[in-house]
Design a protein around this ligand. Structure first.
Ligand code: PLP
Length: 398
């Protein structure tokens, strides 16, 4: 049988927590219990009792963390489904009178592509600009929100740069015109302490695999009374808000890890200390490095770098071979790497975006990982720059 441990081999150093997080040790140790959650929560007989209890308990745990009502939480397959559902629900709400949307230029593809779909259905979408520091253009929002606006949708924290948007202030602008407000909160939970209810959102989306649980599970906060259309038609699960038998393995796994999210101050301050140390060490050892979005507010674990004279993909692959997992922030499709649209939207040149590297830390990251990573990055950048110089010299000679 294949060994599924793959990249989780202990000698590797994983620094790509914004892409996904490994399951917590407490989840690994209780994994076999999840196989016993075999009943259907919608059944009437005895086997439905355990899954019903897990559903209720998990919903309650989320509600305690967010300080909302458990009835305002709907389970789904993840934040892509959550984001798509929110935008489509807002479109169905009152499309004759309110068919306009505002989304930022740096949203996740699940928002960008749903917005493109809504445009094809007659919606008008205003893409909110973001400057080089990652700061969102509030003036643009004020000028474009109107009584025609159905929804304003922005990320709370950006997955590529870690920039935090002033979601509560944006929500006030949206609400003043009677529009709805959504925040993609995927990258915020476990990386920042925030008072969710004070944000006064109508919708918020979350994903379990960014919370040290498993993939294929997420949840959406839908404020009581907010318009909602189920994207998945089915048997009336989740009070008719999301058809299909709930992913009980995923929800039971989430239940196990959620207790650690009630108070994660220690993890947050550790990640901040390590991320700051990482940036300090990189800047002092490697020349020609700039940190994207450093001037604005950022979550504690993310560092997006532009490294002059180095191709980000080559750097990533070389580091991978040396045992380090990081990312470029570039979407790599069918072997045709394109620079990150997020970085380009922030005003970075194509060359800068192609020289970018994202490092994202997690609860398991330790001082030793940072020291070993900086050493490897320093050596690799030096080597790649040397190779580039030699290539240039050869080209001159020809
Ligand atoms: C900010 C943000 N939103 C949405 C998603 C999509 O989440 P999921 O993988 O659960 O569909 C991601 C995942 O990369 C993300 O980082």
């Amino acid at each position: 049988m294949q060994n599924f441990a793959g990249s989780a081999l202990p000698q590797r150093i994983y620094l790509d927590y914004n892409a996904t997080t490994p399951p917590r040790p407490r989840l690994r140790s209780r994994w076999s219990e999840l196989l016993d959650v075999s009943g259907n929560p919608s059944s009437i007989h005895n086997e439905s009792r355990v899954p019903k209890t897990i559903l209720r308990e998990t919903r309650q745990k989320i509600a305690e963390i967010l300080q909302c009502s458990p009835l305002e939480i709907v389970f789904n397959s993840g934040a892509s489904e959550g984001n798509s559902s929110v935008l489509r629900s807002a479109f169905d709400w009152d499309r004759k009178n309110r068919n306009e949307f505002l989304v930022s230029q740096v949203e996740h593809p699940s928002v960008q592509k749903t917005a493109a779909y809504l445009i094809s259905q007659g919606a008008v979408v205003h893409f909110i600009p973001v400057n080089r520091d990652g700061i969102i253009d509030l003036k643009f929002i004020k000028e474009n929100v109107s009584s025609r606006t159905a929804l304003v949708s922005v990320m709370y924290a950006n997955n590529e740069t870690g920039t935090v948007f002033p979601v509560s202030e944006i929500g006030e602008i949206a609400h003043a015109s009677g529009a709805l407000m959504h925040a993609d909160c995927v990258q915020m939970l476990g990386k920042s302490e925030f008072d969710f209810m004070s944000l006064n959102l109508d919708y918020a989306t979350f994903s379990a695999h960014k919370l040290y649980s498993v993939k294929g599970t997420g949840f959406c906060y839908i404020k009581k009374g907010s318009p909602w259309t189920s994207l998945v038609h089915g048997g009336g699960q989740e009070r008719g808000r999301r058809g299909g038998t709930e992913n009980m393995t995923g929800i039971a796994a989430l239940n196990i890890v959620l207790d650690e999210f009630k108070d994660c101050k220690t993890e947050i301050s550790k990640m901040r200390r390590l991320r700051d140390a990482l940036e300090e060490q990189i800047l002092s050892r490697i020349s020609g490095v700039t940190i994207t979005g450093q001037a604005g507010p950022r979550i504690c674990n993310t560092s997006s770098l532009v490294i002059d004279g180095v191709d980000g993909e080559t750097l990533l692959m070389t580091l991978d071979l040396k045992g380090f997992s990081v990312s470029t922030g570039a979407a790599c499709s069918s072997g045709n790497p394109e620079p990150s649209p997020v970085l380009m939207a922030m005003g970075l040149s194509r060359g800068e975006a192609q020289s970018s590297l994202r490092i994202s830390l997690g609860w398991e990251t330790a001082d030793e990982h940072i020291a070993r990573f900086v050493q490897a990055l320093d050596e690799t950048v030096l080597k790649l720059r040397e190779i580039n110089e030699e290539e240039k010299k050869k080209n001159y000679a020809i």
